[in-house]
Ligand binder design. Sequence first.
Ligand code: BTN
Length: 251
Amino acid sequence: MYKIPASTLFIGQNLVFVPECHSTNTLLLEMLPRPSEGTIVVTSNQTAGRGQRGNTWVVEPGKNLTFSLLLKPTFLKPIDQFFLTILCSLAVAETLTELEPKGNFSIKWPNDILADNKKICGMLIENSINQSSIQQSIAGIGLNINQQQFSVDTATSLKLVSGKEHDLNSILNLLLENLEKRYLQLRNEKHKELKAEYLKRMFGKDEMKNFLVEENKVKGIIRDVDDSGRLMVEIDGAVKSFNNKEISFIL
Ligand code: BTN
């Protein structure tokens, strides 16, 4: 069903397809240390898909892209690990834009991809770090492609955006090319460029939005992301930084 991309150097060149598994992130983790950098594990159905903040990730079997990518960014310092989030988010957002140029795709910090105001993709990036470097990173990506019904009305898919059915394999190949392009950019230390492009695609940047902070509803304006990936929000004229657990959007 899935074919190895012809046009990448290493990302996706070792492609492991399993029709069903618990979670591709967990399966790839269980396969370590054998798989080489760039290995991807793809499935048609996860029985225990994992999301951020301990949530589950549940989608209809066979309709979406569900895979995990193994990177070994030993050149990256632990303090720079947010760049892995930046590269994956950018790769997904630009893949969707290439497929649907009229679509309005943005990155909702830290790494949800939105189509208009609805979530089209979620990521779970799990890093294994020692004192001086990142030993490996498992980037799990769930991208909604042909599913048309969701249990929440805050979710959407490429088919709902474009009105067309899409070929999962072609989209996977394009996404792997974009992931590799961005990863090579990171390896070449193009941190400034990557961050600038991330900020350009960021949902709500420089706009007044509603947030939840310590269970209080507050109004604020996203101004930046600091080097460790904290969201910098201007609230009542002062800029404060937040980690993922400290702030959430009210869409
Ligand atoms: C989120 O938005 O909460 C993150 C969802 C991440 C889902 C993907 S699907 C492939 C990979 N395997 C998992 O168990 N989770 C990620």
